[in-house]
Design a protein around this ligand. Structure first.
Ligand SMILES: NC(=O)c1ccc[n+]([C@@H]2O[C@H](COP(=O)([O-])OP(=O)(O)OC[C@H]3O[C@@H](n4cnc5c(N)ncnc54)[C@H](OP(=O)(O)O)[C@@H]3O)[C@@H](O)[C@H]2O)c1
Length: 289
C-alpha cells in the first residue's frame, strides 16, 4: 500500500484551523464494518474523519480512533474529527445536550469540528443553533465550527445575527452538480467548501466523460473525481467500506488534471445524464426530521 500520509494536502480555514483536504466519509458505515473501515482509513493515511450523530456510528468511529492511538499508529493531534448536530436537536438546550452526547459516544476530550447538519428551515431554530455552536467554541472542547447544506439566504441570516461566519459549509457537490454559485458565495465570505457525496454516491464513477478523463490520466475514475474536487479548492470526504477503494481514494496526490480536463468534468453540470442532486434540497429538507 502506497504511503501518502506525508503527501496529503491541507487547507487553512478562516480561523487558522488547518484541515486535511481529503477526509474519510462514514455515512452508512455501521458496527464492525465502520470500525474496520475507519481503522483501514487511518492505516492508509487519512487524518480526517467525518461522522454525524445521525449516522449512528460515532461509537465505532471513536473506538477505531482510540485503538489506532493505542496501537501507536497516530496521536490524537494528528487527526481531524468532525461530527454534526442533527435536525431534531436544534435550539440552545437540545444542541448543547447533543454535543455532549456526541463527545461521549466518540470518547474524545476535544472535537476538531462541529457542524450544523441542515438548516432545517421549518424548525426556525438554525440561528439559535448556530449561536449555540459559537458559544461552545468558547469552552475550548471544539476547535472550529461550521455548517452543512446552508444556502445564501440562511447563511446571510446567521452571519448577520451572530457576527460569526462559518469557516466551512459541507454541501452536496460532484461532477454534474458543481455548485458554482454557492462556491462563489463561499469564496466571497471566506468559507471553505466541503464536498459531500463527492462521487455522486458512487454513481458518477460510471459516467463516460469521467471514464474518458480517467483513461487520459492513467488514474481511476474515482481518483479523477476526487482530484477535481481538490483542484476546485474543496475539502473532499469520499466514503468506502472497501479496503482497496479506501486506498485508491487516498492515492490522489501525485497527479494534476489539466484545465481542459477540469472543464470537461465541470461541464457535466449541463449534461442531463449526470443527474444533478443525489440528496435532498436543503431549502425544503429537514422540517422536524
Ligand atoms: N452533510 C451532509 O448532509 C452529508 C450528506 C451525505 C454525505 N455526507 C458525508 O459525505 C460522505 C461521502 O458521501 P457519500 O457517502 O454519500 O457518497 P460518496 O462518497 O460520493 O460515494 C460512496 C459510494 O461510492 C462507492 N465508492 C467509493 N469509492 C469508490 C471507488 N474508488 N470506486 C467505486 N466505487 C466507490 C462506495 O461503495 P463501497 O462503500 O461499497 O466501497 C459508496 O457506495 C459521507 O460518507 C458523509 O460523511 C454528508
Amino acid at each position: 500500500m502506497a504511503d501518502n500520509t506525508n503527501k496529503q494536502t491541507h487547507i487553512t480555514l478562516a480561523d487558522g484551523t488547518v484541515i486535511p483536504q481529503v477526509g474519510f466519509g462514514t455515512y452508512k458505515l455501521q458496527g464492525q464494518q465502520c470500525y474496520d473501515a475507519v481503522r483501514h482509513a487511518i492505516a492508509t493515511g487519512y487524518r480526517h474523519i467525518d461522522t454525524a450523530a445521525v449516522y449512528a456510528n460515532e461509537q465505532e468511529v471513536g473506538r477505531a480512533i482510540a485503538d489506532a492511538i493505542a496501537a501507536g499508529e497516530i496521536t490524537r493531534k494528528d487527526l481531524f474529527v468532525t461530527t454534526k448536530v442533527w435536525n431534531d436537536c436544534h435550539g440552545k438546550q437540545a444542541t448543547e445536550k447533543a454535543f455532549h452526547a456526541s463527545m461521549q459516544r466518540l470518547g474524545l476530550d476535544y472535537l476538531d469540528c462541529y457542524l450544523v447538519h441542515w438548516p432545517c428551515q421549518g424548525n426556525g431554530l438554525y440561528t439559535e443553533t448556530w449561536q449555540t455552536l459559537v458559544n461552545l467554541l468558547g469552552f475550548g472542547t471544539v476547535q472550529t465550527i461550521g455548517v452543512c447544506n446552508f444556502y445564501p439566504a440562511v447563511l446571510d441570516e446567521i452571519i448577520a445575527a451572530t457576527d460569526v461566519t462559518p469557516v466551512m459549509n459541507q454541501i452536496e457537490l460532484h461532477p454534474g452538480f458543481s455548485q458554482a454559485t454557492l462556491r462563489d458565495y463561499h469564496q466571497a465570505h471566506g468559507i471553505v467548501t466541503e464536498s459531500w457525496s463527492p462521487l455522486g454516491r458512487g454513481e458518477m464513477i460510471e459516467h463516460p466523460v469521467v471514464a474518458a478523463v480517467a483513461e487520459d490520466t492513467g488514474k481511476t475514475p474515482a481518483q479523477v473525481i476526487i482530484r477535481w474536487h481538490m483542484q476546485l479548492g474543496c475539502v473532499v470526504i469520499p466514503k468506502s467500506a472497501t479496503p482497496a477503494r479506501i486506498e485508491e481514494n487516498f492515492d490522489v496526490f501525485d497527479f494534476e488534471l489539466t484545465d481542459g480536463q477540469m472543464a470537461r468534468l465541470t461541464a457535466l453540470d449541463g449534461d442531463d445524464s449526470a443527474q444533478k442532486r443525489r440528496g435532498p434540497d436543503p431549502a425544503t429538507f429537514g422540517v422536524n426530521q
